[in-house]
Design a binder for this molecule. Structure first.
Ligand code: ADP
Length: 343
């Protein structure tokens, strides 16, 4: 087999989301044929996402059908030069137009869900005015300072964690001016030893103020997830969130609806208290992907209170909604990456 033969084989591998084969799309960075082994680098950037796992499996399959063994690596080429968070493949912000919609809950379950799929994950609680992520995962360790004044984040459920709560405690209200916020957030991003991560999930403060803008300017975001509730859509808060990203050319990966259907612990029934389909309709109206709907379910709150994200409970139906949402979000991140390099 020579290079042309291998290239022809790879033309049989489709990227279903982009609607063409990986060779024509330019998703094969390079490859090398050595006897029966093909060393191949693919432009895939969302590890453990269902879509990219399938593409990689198809590559192995077409090569193995031809009696070849695949030695796969994956990298998005033009990411190499970025100087903020160089070891982080994807930075995903979780945002909402206002507080109380379950933004932190969604961020924690997204991060834990991605880690549970096998990915290397960091969770950065940037909600400086109400940092509650450490409690939601019952983080027992604190960050450690190193000799060269960097910070080693503690880990829980396979995630590296960083939060203002580690620095100031959860109950101290922080009243800072813009430059201070900027400085602290920049430090928490740049001085923390995040290492190599597939995904860094950032829990943004609620709303659309200065802190959010600082973060959007400081961190190389791959994209943002906007959390909404059915009521929120009705009162226009979700739109404000979207407008903020629009002004900053931030890719919105999609909308996730939280507290959609009420799962009644007593009767076991599902009730659409605030009507149904609001989040999906909102996504449609804005031509954005709908990433899923999370029920209003008391086990979400008890899970958070006990420090056990419900996404990690295999037997919990709402946990399954979070797992599907995490998978969908990973797929969207992958799509953003592949679109950025494809022709
Ligand atoms: P935000 O970050 O938007 O302010 P939180 O994530 O802190 O919101 O959630 C607010 C409250 O709602 C918390 O007590 C949380 O446990 C609860 N909560 C969030 N999502 C759900 C859900 N799907 N079902 C039940 N309770 C939820």
């Amino acid at each position: 087999m020579n290079e042309d033969d291998v290239r022809a084989l790879l033309r049989d591998v489709e990227d279903p989301a982009l609607g063409d084969n990986i060779v024509s799309l330019g998703l094969v960075n390079d490859f090398d044929v050595d006897g029966d082994t093909v060393t191949i680098s693919l432009a895939l950037g969302a590890p453990y996402s269902p879509a990219e796992t399938d593409i990689a499996a198809r590559v192995r399959e077409v090569l193995s059908d031809a009696g070849l063994e695949a030695d796969l690596t994956a990298a998005i080429p033009d990411r190499a030069g970025k100087d903020v968070l160089p070891g982080v493949k994807n930075v995903v912000a979780v945002a909402s137009g206002k507080g109380g919609v379950g933004k932190s809950t969604v961020a924690v379950n997204l991060a834990a869900g991605l880690a549970d799929r096998g990915a290397r994950v960091g969770l950065f609680d940037a909600d400086i005015y109400g940092p509650n992520v450490p409690r939601m995962v019952d983080a027992d360790d604190h960050p450690q300072a190193t000799e060269n004044e960097t910070i080693v984040p503690p880990e829980k459920y396979g995630m590296k964690l960083m939060s203002m709560a580690f620095m100031i405690g959860e109950d101290d209200p922080v009243i800072w001016r813009g430059p201070m916020v900027h400085k602290v957030l920049t430090q928490l991003i740049e001085d923390v030893e995040w290492g190599h991560l597939d995904y860094l999930v950032v829990d943004l403060p609620p709303g659309t103020g200065d802190t959010q803008l600082t973060l959007l300017q400081t961190v190389p975001l791959t994209g943002a997830v906007v959390v909404t509730t059915p009521q929120d859509v009705a009162v226009d808060d979700a739109r404000k969130g979207l407008r903020m990203f629009g002004r900053h050319d931030t890719t919105v990966l999609g909308i996730v609806e939280n507290m959609g259907t009420f799962v009644c612990p007593d009767c076991g029934g599902n009730h659409d208290i605030f009507g149904s389909g609001g989040g999906e309709q909102f996504a449609d109206d804005n031509e954005l992907p709908f990433l899923g709907s999370i029920p209003l379910d008391p086990s979400v709150r008890t899970g958070s209170d006990e420090g056990q994200p419900v996404v990690l409970d295999d037997d919990n139906q709402t946990g399954e909604s979070f797992r599907e949402f995490a998978a969908e979000t990973a797929d969207m991140l992958g799509l953003v990456n592949r679109r950025s390099v494809s022709r």
